[in-house]
Design a protein around this ligand. Structure first.
Ligand SMILES: Cc1cc2nc3c(=O)[nH]c(=O)nc-3n(C[C@H](O)[C@H](O)[C@H](O)COP(=O)(O)O)c2cc1C
Length: 231
């Protein structure tokens, strides 16, 4: 028999969570007068921080573009929609580690091992060897810069999704923005001294704020039966 869960979770938490996911829409136009309270935006960032990552390497960073000139430059050079990326309360560029930035011999793994995970130098060395084997022989990305970036960028999207869901839970609107010129985005961030493009590159962006226009269409999805296979 499956173990039954606390009825409170089924009756209250599950519907509330699904309601938040239904509230979350890809908002195209934001009200520039409505800003997200700092404590609420901090909550959204905490959700990114707590996202899972392969090998616990957290290969992402969040850059909140709040200086007006920098933000305007980012919007213009990446071809972002000004009603979205220009007007939303917060515009976040999410970066992911490049092949060099995530290299098993590199500083990022050393930092995570020593500072975040509290590992000994010997344990970190053993991790470097294991992680090289993982990249080379398990997921077959080692030595292929684009595939290595794909590996880190996929995880940046988990941080992104946590942020979108956290925002929806507190009725903050959002939109993921992948359709930007990625080279220009990395170049703007590097030009402003916010990243070293050898180590980090733009992965995806997101905006957060409050809608000025409702979505044109209702949220539409395939039915569960079409997407779930029990085998
Ligand atoms: C990874 C990703 C990238 C996206 N990029 C863009 C984008 O660049 N511009 C945009 O307006 N919407 C973007 N979207 C929003 C999707 O178009 C939207 O989520 C989808 O049409 C479903 O609509 P809904 O989110 O309102 O349910 C993106 C969504 C995801 C998940």
């Amino acid at each position: 028999m499956p173990e039954s869960i606390n009825p409170q979770l089924r009756d209250h938490v599950q519907p509330a969570f699904l309601k938040a996911l239904q509230f979350r829409r890809a908002i195209k136009a934001f009200d520039p007068e409505r800003l997200i309270e700092p404590a609420d935006f901090n909550f959204i960032c905490q959700a990114a921080r707590l996202a899972p990552s392969s090998n616990a390497l957290e290969p992402w960073n969040l850059i909140i573009l709040r200086q007006p000139a920098l933000r305007a430059q980012f919007v213009e050079r990446t071809g972002a929609n000004p009603d979205q990326a220009g007007l939303a309360s917060h515009l976040v560029a999410i970066t992911a580690k490049t092949a060099r930035g995530i290299d098993p011999a590199g500083a990022h793994l050393g930092h995570i091992g020593a500072t975040v995970q509290g590992m000994t130098p010997e344990a970190i060395e053993a991790w470097r060897t294991r992680f090289t084997g993982f990249l080379a022989n398990r997921i077959h990305v080692y030595g292929d810069d684009a595939a290595m970036f794909g590996f880190t960028a996929r995880q940046a999207y988990l941080a992104l999704e946590n942020m979108l869901v956290a925002a929806a839970l507190i009725k903050v609107d959002s939109c993921a923005l992948e359709g930007l010129d990625h080279h220009e985005a990395t170049s703007v961030l590097a030009g402003a001294g916010l990243i070293d493009p050898e180590l980090d590159a733009f992965a995806v962006a997101a905006v957060f704020g409050y809608r000025s226009v409702d979505p044109k269409r209702p949220q539409a999805r395939r039915p569960l039966e079409e997407i779930v296979t029990w085998a």
